[in-house]
Design a protein around this ligand. Structure first.
Ligand code: ADP
Ligand code: MG
Length: 407
């Protein structure tokens, strides 16, 4: 059995016309002799009636603070069910035997972290049975179920993870993620003009990009395929371009140090926080309790740095008040710089290559941009700049590292 998992995002299945384009891609794979499993997102974006945000509104607009997260997941999961049923019928109407399946019918078991659930395991028996019968299973993205039969969702963009996890569970030849861009680009096309399309990405680079917030791939979708080495393609649902292949093939070239920075990821609307622990009786213990309180309040910290008696980090602007409240409870002074943007530079060739930070500094300083904070891991360097410098910074990095098409 040669299985391919094809995932189509919300814009690809927004209406019947686009569904027909999708149908042709699915049919072409089936006609090539592949066993195709389709994973779909909900149809379109708000205000489309069955888009995830429109469904959330039905429950949450005007509701009190006491939103039941379990029920919210049940509601949010409905959009995918609708698109799968509609698409499955379209396949049958065009002569392809098909069956729509929910996440739980496809055997996807998750933890009970509603709205951000993680897949624990997949029992692919039923999907395989349908494939053996010659059917095309059309599986809802984004959905799972706990061992207690509560419906869960995997977090926004989570259909990508449904596809890659299913790809692993089904021992697929490859996973194809179809979206509204030609593949993974060197930056978000909304912040960089004409970004280069990246033909080959290493799992590690794609994992870092998505983890840092590149919207094109869900943050947890690379881990399963990386572990089991299933190649992933990111392609346009409407175009005929080659797209981007994500695999471990790139490793050999990486050592040629040609890929020092392959992409930049921007996250706007964050605030820089510094907490002063100098007057705390036991700084280590206070810091630990403080960090635990942030975790309990589900405040997500990034660019965390401990420098002597200070704790530095960034949070999304909407979480600043939570941070201030918690620090007040600990009687700790806080300094806040509002209106910042994080830019992460990612590239597998960065590993062991000296001078990358110098090159980033040179690009940004050349554009008159001050770096407020930075952190790095082996293939990523993240810098924080003022939001008003974001565009300029992205342009400077694009020029420095040749991230534009023909540039
Ligand atoms: P889908 O509904 O198909 O899952 P998404 O909106 O989740 O689509 O992801 C595709 C979008 O991701 C693109 O339209 C683009 O604006 C954005 N994006 C952000 N960073 C990148 C990048 N590095 N490469 C390609 N697209 C990106
Ligand atoms: Mg997406």
């Amino acid at each position: 059995m040669k299985i391919v998992v094809q995932k189509y995002g919300g814009s690809s299945v927004a209406d019947k016309e686009r569904m027909l384009q999708v149908m042709e891609k699915v049919a072409a794979a089936k006609d090539r002799g592949m066993d195709v499993v389709v994973v779909l997102s909900a149809m379109g974006r708000k205000p489309a009636p069955y888009a995830t945000d429109s469904l959330i509104n039905l429950m949450c607009e005007g509701a009190g603070k006491d939103i039941c997260l379990r029920d919210k997941d049940l509601l949010m999961s409905v959009g995918e069910t609708i698109s799968c049923v509609v698409f499955s019928q379209l396949l049958r109407d065009n002569g392809y035997d098909s069956v729509a399946m929910t996440g739980w019918q496809a055997g996807i078991i998750t933890d009970n972290n509603f709205s951000e659930a993680r897949i624990l395991c997949i029992d692919p028996t039923q999907v395989l049975r349908y494939l053996e019968e010659g059917k095309i299973p059309v599986v809802t993205g984004f959905q799972g179920m706990t061992v207690n039969s509560d419906v869960t969702t995997l977090g926004r963009g989570g259909s990508d993870t449904t596809a890659t996890a299913l790809g692993v569970a089904l021992d697929a030849e490859e996973v194809e993620i179809y979206t509204d861009v030609d593949g993974v680009l060197a930056a978000d096309p909304r912040t960089m003009k004409n970004p280069r399309q990246i033909p080959e990405l290493h799992y590690m680079e794609a994992g870092e990009m998505s983890g840092e917030g590149a919207k094109v791939l869900h943050k947890r979708c690379i881990a399963p395929v990386e572990q089991y080495n299933v190649p992933v393609w990111v392609k346009s649902f409407s175009g005929t371009g080659r797209g981007t292949r994500i695999s471990d093939e790139i490793e050999k070239q990486a050592f040629e140090r040609t890929r020092v920075v392959t992409s930049v990821v921007d996250v706007p609307d964050v605030a820089h926080i510094s907490v002063d622990l100098i007057d705390a009786a036991d700084r280590s213990l206070t810091r630990l309790e403080l960090l635990r309180s942030f975790k309990e309040a589900e405040v997500s910290l990034d660019l965390i740095n401990i420098v002597r008696e200070k704790l530095y980090f960034i949070v999304r602007e909407e979480q600043v008040m939570d941070v201030v409240g918690i620090c007040k409870d600990f009687d700790l002074p806080v300094q806040i710089i509002h209106g910042c943007a994080k830019i992460s530079c990612v590239g597998i060739g960065m590993k062991g290559t000296p001078g990358v930070m110098a090159a980033i500094q040179e690009a940004l300083a050349g554009a008159g941009i001050n770096i407020l904070h930075s952190t790095d891991s082996h293939i990523t360097i993240s810098v924080l700049v003022k939001q008003e410098h974001l565009q300029l910074a992205i342009d400077a990095l694009a020029d420095k590292f040749g991230l534009r098409e023909n540039g």
